[in-house]
Design a protein. Structure first.
Length: 221
């Protein structure tokens, strides 16, 4: 077994907290990460020793990296990154006087996974143990004969939200210049003048006439 020396632990601190070939964690300084190591934080100590061991699996590295990210952002052992993001967002919104920017939240689970994989690969390179490791299996992708970091495997928001489009037409949405009409979507209250004037978007939902009925049972339905 490889000895978990202080020097090798420092390689981990440098790579995980952000170096040229990994990713910098917004709001987390190298000093705070180093202090956790000095104080023998159990999660930090466990990760620092595991990341210098050769032939670790991607899943092991990914899970350890996520555990440490939760720890760095003040989470508890039972917390996940998703639950911690929700908790932190709620707290920030209640006291914030301005818009809470996404980067002030803990990274997503997907982003942390790829960050952790790059950290492990970089440490193996520094230790001269990366000869049999393909970087495209460890947080990188190849484009135009260059290695590009994979930041996440998920979209920035759910597809339903990304498809929210509104126009600002003043000519009645009569042509494909209307973004809603062009993408086959109806105009909504979020759109501009067309909602206060005539709108000719054929995708608009037609109101369904429903006969009024005083029957209480029908109202309940």
């Amino acid at each position: 077994m490889q000895k978990c020396s202080d020097l090798r632990k420092m390689l981990f601190i440098h790579a995980y907290s952000g170096c040229d070939s990994t990713s910098r964690i917004f709001g987390i300084e190298k000093k705070s990460a180093f202090q956790k190591l000095v104080k023998s934080d159990p999660v930090m100590k466990s990760c620092a020793c595991a990341f210098i061991v050769q032939n670790k699996s991607q899943e092991d590295i990914s899970e350890l990296g996520k555990d440490l990210m939760v720890d760095l952002f003040g989470g508890k052992s039972k917390d996940t990154l998703s639950s911690l993001r929700c908790i932190n967002f709620t707290k920030k919104v209640t006291i914030a006087k301005a818009f809470v920017t996404p980067e002030r939240l803990p990274p997503t689970s997907s982003a942390t996974r790829f960050h952790s994989l790059r950290v492990y690969y970089q440490i193996m390179v520094w230790m001269g143990m990366a000869n049999d490791i393909n970087p495209t299996d460890w947080g990188w992708k190849e484009e135009s004969r260059q290695l590009i970091p994979v930041m996440t495997e998920k979209n920035a928001a759910p597809d339903e939200l990304l498809k929210v489009i509104h126009c600002n037409c003043s000519a009645g949405c009569k042509s494909s210049r209307c973004s809603c009409r062009r993408y086959g979507l109806p105009c909504t209250a979020a759109c501009g003048p067309c909602q206060t004037e005539n709108c000719d978007n054929p995708n608009n939902t037609q109101d369904i006439d429903i006969e009024e009925d005083d029957d209480t049972e029908n109202l309940a339905l």
